[in-house]
Design a protein around this ligand. Structure first.
Ligand code: SF4
Length: 318
């Protein structure tokens, strides 16, 4: 074998699709008030059905209620309760719910083994185009989230969205910003390089990011990012197996959460683990499941979370 490539057996719970931002490439959102919030009973039913199926990570992925909305507290509480429920039923939660206040992040730390937020791109130029109606995508706001995650010792996943109108220099600037935050706090466990892949619901009229450019971005990212940050690529967005392998050769070592549905890119279903193995093994790569927290961060977690993680590490070894 040449080496190992990891993935996280996952399931995505969506507390709500409503979002006050309107990114023009979005294939996820509904308008505020147009999407019923996920009830705890429905979530419990889904989660019970997933027990003993090898699913470890529950990704809580939510659209955003405005920070000053009178509904913000109820929205946040629902997210917190969904994390609690997932933990109680034996899963490891990872939340990505857009920018949060410091107090919200601190509270979610107690029920999440890791959290995530895409930095996307650092250039403010995109606020004139794809992010014109998306105040949450202000680069400074997102940088601050990454900073707070470091301060709070939250193992963190971030990443770049490629092909939304940025330049090559923007890629390197964004990667350098992530690298310097990690040098300060040591909390970035993975960086996702996500190629823009047009979906049926978006208004942004632009072609998909050319997958043939991805290996070049990965090679350069590997140069810029500290070696303890893993580079992740979403395999459902790199449709040609040869290019998926080229991305791995270039330095990507993780395929992210593999769940039945990619909620952010619903037009691009995930390949199952056995299908991925069929692509990887002939080229000498072994596909290995991982937890949503990397072991070097286990001691950052609360005692309750550490216990849950320990159990999963034992299962994975057995
Ligand atoms: S991409 Fe995210 S932040 Fe932007 S509109 Fe869609 S759900 Fe909201």
């Amino acid at each position: 074998m040449t080496g190992t490539v990891t993935y996280s057996p996952a399931y995505t719970l969506v507390p709500t699709y409503e979002c006050f931002n309107r990114c023009s490439y979005c294939n996820f959102r509904t308008a505020p008030g147009q999407s019923p919030w996920m009830a705890l009973e429905s979530a419990a039913k889904i989660l019970r059905g997933l027990q003993k199926q090898g699913v470890c990570e529950i990704l809580i992925l939510s659209g955003e209620v405005h920070p000053r909305s009178p509904r913000r507290n109820a929205w946040f509480e629902r997210i917190y309760q969904l994390c609690e429920l997932a933990l109680k039923l034996g899963f490891l939660p990872h939340t990505n719910a857009g920018p949060l206040s410091f107090a919200e992040m601190e509270r979610l730390k107690s029920v999440n083994v890791s959290m995530g937020l895409m930095l996307e791109q650092l250039t403010p130029e995109l606020l004139k185009t794809v992010h014109q109606h998306a105040p949450s995508k202000m680069p400074q706001l997102r940088l601050q989230q990454l900073e707070w995650a470091g301060k709070l010792q939250i193992p963190f996943t971030t990443g770049l969205l490629l092909g939304i109108g940025e330049t090559k220099t923007d890629w390197w600037d964004t990667l350098e910003a992530i690298a310097s935050l990690h040098q300060r706090w040591g909390h970035i466990q993975e960086v996702i390089l996500q190629p823009h892949s047009p979906g049926s619901q978006q208004s942004f009229d632009a072609p998909a990011f050319n997958p043939h450019q991805l290996p070049e971005v990965i090679t350069q990212a590997r140069e810029i990012l500290p070696s303890d940050i893993t580079i992740q690529i979403p395999p459902n967005l790199v449709l040609d197996p040869q290019w998926l392998l080229a991305c791995i050769e270039a330095g990507a070592r993780d395929l992210g959460g593999i769940s039945p549905k990619d909620e952010v890119n619903p037009d691009y279903p995930h390949l199952s683990a056995p299908k991925l193995i069929k692509i990887l093994e002939p080229a000498g790569w072994q596909l290995v499941p991982r937890l949503p927290v990397y072991s070097q961060y286990d001691n950052w977690l609360t005692p309750q979370l550490q216990m849950a993680v320990k159990q999963w590490r034992r299962i994975r070894k057995g």
